[in-house]
Design a protein. Sequence first.
Length: 241
Amino acid sequence: MKGEFVVVESPYGNRNSISSQNLWNEEYEKKNIASSFKGTLSHSVKFLLEYLNKKGANPKTFLDLGCGNGRNAIPLANMNYDVCGMDISNVALSQAKKLSEQICANQPSFYYGSMGEPLQFNDSMFDVVMDITSFDILIKDKEIECHKKEIMRVSKKGGHFLYYDMADDDPYSLELLAKSPDRDKGVIYTPTGIPFKIYSAHSIEKIFKDFNVMAQEKFKFQDMMDGKIWDRSLLCMIFRK
């Protein structure tokens, strides 16, 4: 599995996935939002690794859902973890593969896939599943239901799930929400037209109620978004199966 790179159209024929793929391809070409151009390890991953170390956990396999261009998958692979990254953007996956070949002795594996559809991984395959600034693209109830069931399915017994996304007090998101035609639904749109939904901590706990909340933190910092520096507020939650 190591170093594998699979890029295929969705086998489920979901036209929404194809549309999302085009939008995300455009984003990774233009690099408007921080997740498409930052190369540093996420606050959330550092928080997770510190937590696991304190608990004496020794995970070996990681799944990075919405991995983008490998911002987190590549550093984790360089720490000798067995990492699979999945994303809907072929452009992002190509960038991730190219960079990993340049700097990784321990190659991560990258796969094409939509987070709102069944995953192509086996049951109980991963010690850690990460959803880093990716869950917010899931707006439809059926996509959310599928996503949470699939995370549960591919996680090992006692495995961990890392959630990290914009908090409901995130200034950047609230600015976009004020301009959104779908603000009554909590849906915002980036300049490239990518829709996101803002979720509260309570909503996330309710959605992932089959997991146990082990740790929670809210990170506040500044980031470049759409060519402007913004104050950010992101919610991080560590769950256990």
